[in-house]
Write a protein that binds this ligand. Structure first.
Ligand code: HAM
Length: 421
């Protein structure tokens, strides 16, 4: 036997049952995005490596150790599989002058790639829906994106997701804070783990993100960035919080939330659930007013977020979402003539937007009825030789005993409509 080739660690197939939830999620999120007037932009999966080095930042985990990068042997280009979508979206906005006529609100979706340690909820190929607004500096645009997410969780029936919110001020605030923090960590050096020691002078803010239990007390007592941000940044943040209060969106002020990408300023947030173990962040985002100019565009305020689709699917999987994308009707048919009649009826009902599964295997009546039941359709049509001859079909409610009736072919649609209404 030939050698079996297996999938690569951290890269997964999406089984049909899971894909159903995926489509349900996408349909829901697309309709919410339409409500907020976001437009979809298609972005390439491969970008030049420099884009992420400049955009995401050299001191981040992503650029330091997680990128799939290579040199194209045909032209020596330095290329990278995108680890996230914001940098590429900014590049596309600059390249296509997409803010020429004023602010623009965009979203993108698709796979992202990070060479991380694999565990539940953490993959090497994962998928995001990312949302970015360009040209809007007012805190109401940060607020609107958070309201959109809050609406999305409600629409999906996900209740156990909490918003953690912080402001990391502007670059000057962060530079001043960096010095204060380094001094604080130097004073507590004995308590820093290896990772923290390594980051001490390069990226001390990221130490605040550490989950190491032995460092928690020391980190909780660290000076707080939000308390030393500029008056403008403070006003921006207060206004955002006020809007969320006005809309009844609860949040937790999270002093130590700084996010793992370097482009943020002012607003940062994460939506977190306890239902997924250690990988509980289902969406994250914030403001990045300096990224467009950093990547060669004109100064353009911006804010956005991305949702980790696999983590949402895991949450949806734990809810019993019966009836999701099941067929309305399963057609059991016995014999060639019955099969062609089944196809005829199925096509005419699909014209009326019914979802129909036709048995194509030609198995026994009993086995076809079992399949009908397993399909989760509520209604079975049964067509045998008799029904072909008498120009009728049997209609049966699969979850009601004794519900079978014979209906003339010409009356099927009317009968079906009366059953469903
Ligand atoms: P991020 O926090 O790196 O932000 O990723 C956003 C979400 O993607 C995470 O909250 C998580 O749900 C999901 N995610 C990240 N890594 C993995 C992984 N290895 N496996 C499964 N899911 C994962 C960004 O990517 C920013 N570009 C978000 C943004 C947009 N900020 C402003 N605009």
């Amino acid at each position: 036997m030939a050698k079996k080739i297996q999938s690569i660690k951290g890269f997964y197939d999406v089984a049909p049952e899971r894909q159903k939830l995926w489509r349900y999620f996408e349909a829901t999120v697309l309709s919410v995005l339409d409500q907020y007037h976001y437009q979809e932009i298609g972005l390439p999966i491969v970008e030049s490596t420099d884009l992420f080095i400049s955009g995401v930042g050299t001191q981040t985990d992503i650029v330091e150790k997680e990128m799939y990068s290579w040199i194209d042997p045909l032209n020596s280009d330095n290329l990278t599989l995108r680890p996230e979508g914001t940098a590429g979206c900014v590049r596309a906005v600059i390249e296509g002058s997409l803010t020429y006529n004023g602010p623009t609100k965009l979203f993108y979706r698709g796979p992202m790639f990070r060479h991380e340690n694999v565990q539940k909820g953490r993959q090497r190929q994962f998928h995001q829906i990312g949302v970015e607004a360009f040209g809007l500096s007012d805190p109401s645009s940060d607020a609107e994106q958070i309201l959109l997410l809050s609406r999305l969780w409600k629409a999906l029936g996900l209740t156990n997701i909490t918003l953690e919110l912080n402001s990391i001020g502007d670059p000057a605030d962060r530079e001043a804070y960096r010095k204060v923090l380094i001094t604080y960590f130097e004073d507590n050096k004995a308590e820093l783990d290896e990772d923290a020691q390594r980051r001490l002078y390069d990226n001390p803010l990221r130490i605040l993100d550490s989950k190491n239990p032995s460092m928690q007390d020391m980190l909780n007592s660290a000076p707080k960035l939000r308390e030393s941000i500029s008056a403008e940044a403070r006003t921006h943040f207060d206004s955002l919080c006020q809007t969320l209060d006005n809309h009844g969106v609860p949040y937790i002020l999270s002093d130590r939330l700084v996010r793992g990408l370097d482009y943020y300023n002012r607003t940062v947030y994460e939506w977190v659930t306890k239902d997924l173990g250690s990988q509980g962040t289902v969406a994250g985002g914030g403001r990045y007013d300096y990224l467009v100019e950093k990547l060669g565009g004109v100064t353009t305020p911006a804010c956005g977020f991305a949702i980790g689709i696999e983590r949402i699917i895991l949450l949806l999987e734990s809810k019993a979402l019966d009836g999701l994308m099941n067929p309305d009707i399963y057609i059991v048919n016995l014999g060639d003539e019955a099969r062609s009649k089944a196809l005829m009826i199925a096509e005419s009902l699909r014209d009326h937007h019914y979802n129909i599964a036709v048995n194509m295997e030609g198995a026994s009546f009993k086995s076809q009825m079992k399949k009908a039941d397993k399909s989760h359709a509520n209604i079975a049509f049964i067509i045998g030789e008799d029904e072909v001859e008498k120009k009728c079909i049997q209609i049966k409610l699969l979850r009601e005993e004794g519900s079978q009736v014979s209906v003339k072919d010409k009356d099927v649609l009317t009968h079906l409509t009366s059953m469903i209404n």
